[in-house]
Ligand binder design. Structure first.
Ligand SMILES: [Cu+2]
Length: 503
């Protein structure tokens, strides 16, 4: 399982860690963990239980010159009520028209009635209510990924919001500043619903974070990354567990966009909203970015990041200082891993460096202080496994059981800290582990120590074939029933999901 595959990189002289893997990126090559090799590892057949056939007449996406479309800057959602200690937002979940490819209008879903969704901004210590009106003809359930919320507001699979209905989700925001993500979590259909557009950033800020002086305002930019299979009519083609055809890369809903930047520091809140795709991101000339945040908190100190691994659902808070390049330089965000043709999936977006700009923002050496990792009183071992490529029926399990919403898989005593060793027992397929409610502290991996960029609060960790990750979680916030699952959404929908009850 330690076999690694060398890939050509555009840059040279890089050296870094990605995830728990000492991912060497030197002298023009990167070594990727097993399962992330170019063009293999993520695709496979699965059983007849799911819609699996890509329509024969779907065709290939319309022609488009990469980096020709401007990056949409996501607007901030405007609360309908803002009072002391509370902001209320109204979102209609609708089928909307969008032109993902110009001149090819198509039908997609959107939170806040928009394919390019606004950003919900929340503040630690202030409560947020997002009332979601389901104006689609499918059941929905909205989960705040990374949020620490009461069970009733967690986007429960067992309590969907039916067509025509609405539900007011209450988020306490009693958690550190972080980049969170609203997305669909409906039983069995979340993979398709998210793919079709039920996805929106949710940013938590705090007094402590604001005092740091990080780039802000127009210089703090959410980037929501994903892939898509786009047919000849410019519409989204959804085929369950098909990663091979999802070779169009979208940022903020737009294929391979271009952003004009000034010669100064920017902060990018990057979300991998793909159902299945792992990104290994870097800048085209190999210049390191600076990572300041992980999933659910800032890092204690900034980390130089020549490459950043993001499995589905993971987030990275990054700073790039464009004063390093002369005006007129194009700096591309590239992706070093497949599957798919690298001329497509290896390109993400372009920054075009423009004029000088004043910059009084800073990236302090000390960003936050995280609580010490507490000792654990309970140890558990959890396995993730699915049928290997080519076998039928396709079965995806946690601890050898497919998901059953009526079953409680794990009982946890309120107030305890548990240590979980989560193992990916697949031979060729990567997974990742996501737990609702409790944030994780990554202790180490069977392949080596935790990387510096996963030492913040995590809610999603990548696990490569044959690898184990050891994490600690403290369940002292809410009682109730919460899922844990693979966040490759198609895997979760195929059964790689379980439930814990905090009692
Ligand atoms: Cu998986």
């Amino acid at each position: 399982m330690n076999r690694r595959t060398a890939l050509r990189l555009a840059g040279a002289g890089l050296a870094t860690t990605v995830g728990g893997h000492q991912l060497a990126a030197r002298a023009g090559t990167a070594e990727l963990p097993p399962g992330l090799a170019l063009g293999r590892g993520l695709t496979h057949d699965h059983g007849p239980a799911m819609p699996t056939e890509r329509p024969a007449d779907a065709g290939t996406r319309p022609a488009l010159e990469k980096f020709s479309l401007p990056l949409p800057i996501l607007p901030d959602a405007v609360p309908v009520v803002s009072s002391r200690g509370l902001d209320v937002f109204e979102s209609r979940i609708r089928e909307v028209r969008a032109e993902i490819f110009p001149g090819h209008p198509t039908s997609v879903y959107g939170y806040f009635s928009s394919w390019v969704p606004p950003v919900v901004r929340a503040r630690r210590g202030r409560r947020t209510i997002v009332r979601q009106r389901n104006e689609t003809d499918v059941p929905v359930s909205v989960h705040l990924h990374g949020g620490v919320n009461r069970e009733v507001f967690d986007g429960r699979m067992s309590h969907p919001v039916l067509p025509g209905g609405s539900f007011a989700y209450v988020y306490d925001n009693d958690q550190p500043a972080s980049t969170l993500w609203l997305h669909d979590h409906t039983h069995h259909t979340d993979a398709e619903n998210v793919y079709r557009g039920m996805s929106s950033p949710y940013l938590v800020t705090s007094d402590e974070e604001e005092a740091l002086g990080l780039p802000s305002g127009e210089f703090e930019v959410p980037l929501v990354l994903r892939d898509a299979d786009v047919g000849s009519d410019g519409g989204l083609v959804f085929t369950m567990d098909d990663t091979e055809h999802r070779s169009t890369i979208l940022v903020n809903g737009t294929p391979w966009p271009r952003m004009e930047v000034r010669r100064r520091k920017y902060r990018f809140r990057v979300i991998n909203s793909s159902a299945m795709r792992f990104f290994v991101l870097g800048l085209s000339d190999g210049t390191p970015m600076t990572q300041i945040g992980a999933d659910a908190s800032l890092l204690e100190s900034p980390v130089p990041a020549p490459v950043v691994l993001l499995s589905p659902g993971e987030r990275a808070d990054l700073v790039v200082d464009f004063s390093q390049w002369p005006t007129g330089t194009d700096v591309d965000v590239v992706n070093y891993t497949g599957p798919g043709p690298m001329e497509d999936v290896g390109q993400v977006m372009r920054f075009s460096v423009g004029a000088d700009a004043s910059d009084d923002s800073v990236v302090p050496d000390r960003l936050t202080t995280l609580p010490a990792v507490p000792p654990a009183s309970v140890e558990r071992h959890v396995t993730m496994r699915m049928s290997e490529p080519g076998t039928t029926p396709m079965i995806a399990t946690i601890d050898d059981r497919s998901f059953d919403m009526s079953r409680v898989d794990t009982r946890v005593d309120f107030g305890t800290t548990e240590e979980w060793t989560v193992t990916n027992e697949s031979a060729t397929i990567p997974h990742n582990f996501h737990c609702h409610l409790a944030h994780m502290r990554v202790l180490d991996r069977s392949t080596g120590p935790a990387a510096p960029n996963e030492l913040g609060l995590k809610d999603t960790v990548a696990i490569f074939p044959g690898e184990s990750v050891r994490v600690r979680m403290t369940f002292d916030r809410h009682r109730g029933l919460y899922p844990y699952h693979c966040h490759m959404l198609d895997h979760g929908a195929m059964g790689m999901m379980a439930q814990l009850r905090v009692v």
